[in-house]
Design a protein around this ligand. Structure first.
Ligand code: FAD
Length: 286
């Protein structure tokens, strides 16, 4: 059909993969198996999250360094500013630059419970990083609005501030209503926001976890997703993976047909679904 036809004509698709620092020996093994499996696809980068307020920064740094050394793929640390002073942030940025890091995902981070305001937002962090060195900077974008933003326009203007402060790319929060992302892309273009808007793809493998996560990130989970996973909670993982891959593949097919050239995968440190979706997009090893 038309979708599969246009898929076979795809060229020059770029991908990136996101991981989180492992918290146990077993998770460590899963992470490195996934990194090794996905690296030959030559992603434009592999990024590593940083748990704001968790004191995890060293672990992020360790994973980033090892990805860089072991795979040769550009490794990209996430950096949050809610939990550090400006001086600390400058020092961290300088250390990253000195160790060969050229891109950073610049974030505010979630506010600690009870805190309503912060001295620094992500746009301030972008400006600080640009002041330290000429990093390529990615920021976060929210097609369905960040939960704290009073309205969608306010949030869009925040994205514009991040672009004007020097970000060159925005990775979207995950989403399932593909039309919401496409409308957001149109609104960003109409607002003169000059950055690459990259859809964040979350291949779902556990519906219950997804529902919890979507709740506090303001992401709408359409009814069809519930229907697709209904009755599979106690089924084997392979069955849920097939369903999750099918949903994500439908999503990327539409996005690719709409001209999207770069996809960012929230791998949750697993490789199976992301690898299969990349293969379908024509992204191959070698
Ligand atoms: P900002 O862009 O600063 O926006 C935060 C909120 O403040 C928005 O509602 C915005 O509209 C509002 N705002 C902005 N400026 C002002 C102002 N001057 N006055 C009042 N309101 C304002 N979290 C982590 O802890 N670690 C990670 O590694 C991580 N990685 C992420 C990766 C991606 C791709 C995404 C989408 C999110 C990630 N997050 C991560 C979550 C992120 O930290 C949270 O969503 C956080 O609440 C907002 O971060 P931000 O960078 O979008 O903030």
């Amino acid at each position: 059909d038309a979708l599969n036809q246009s898929l076979s004509e795809l060229r020059d698709i770029d991908v990136s993969f996101e991981f989180f620092p492992p918290k146990s020996e077993k998770m460590e093994q899963t992470l490195w198996k996934s990194v090794e499996r996905l690296a030959p696809l030559k992603p434009s980068y592999m990024s590593v999250t940083y748990g704001a307020n968790s004191g995890e920064r060293d672990r992020t740094h360790d994973v980033v360094k090892r990805i860089q050394q072991q795979t040769g793929v550009a490794a990209v640390p996430h950096l949050t500013c809610v939990d550090a002073s400006r001086d600390e942030l400058r020092q961290i940025a300088q250390d990253y630059w000195d160790s060969g890091i050229r891109r950073i995902v610049a974030l505010r981070g979630d506010l600690p419970p009870g805190v309503k305001d912060t001295e620094m937002y992500a746009s301030d962090l972008v400006a600080l990083l640009k002041d330290v060195a000429d990093f390529d900077i990615s920021v976060a974008a929210y097609p369905e609005k960040h939960p704290e933003a009073p309205n969608a326009q306010f949030d869009l203007l925040n994205l514009k501030r991040k672009a004007e402060a020097g970000a060159s790319e925005a990775i979207s929060q995950f989403f399932f209503d593909t039309s919401v992302f496409l409308r957001f892309r149109d609104r960003a273009a109409a607002a003169g926001i000059d950055l690459d808007l990259v859809p964040g793809i979350l291949p779902v493998t556990n519906y219950q976890t997804l529902v919890k996560f979507a709740g506090f990130t303001n992401v709408h989970v359409p009814g069809f997703l519930h229907k697709m996973f209904d009755g599979l909670d106690d089924d084997d993982q392979a069955t849920r993976n097939l369903i999750g891959a099918n949903i994500a593949m439908d999503q990327v097919k539409v996005l690719a047909k709409e001209g999207v050239k770069h996809f960012h995968f929230y791998t949750l440190n697993r490789s199976e679904l992301s690898y299969a979706i990349c293969h379908m997009l024509g992204v191959r090893a070698g």
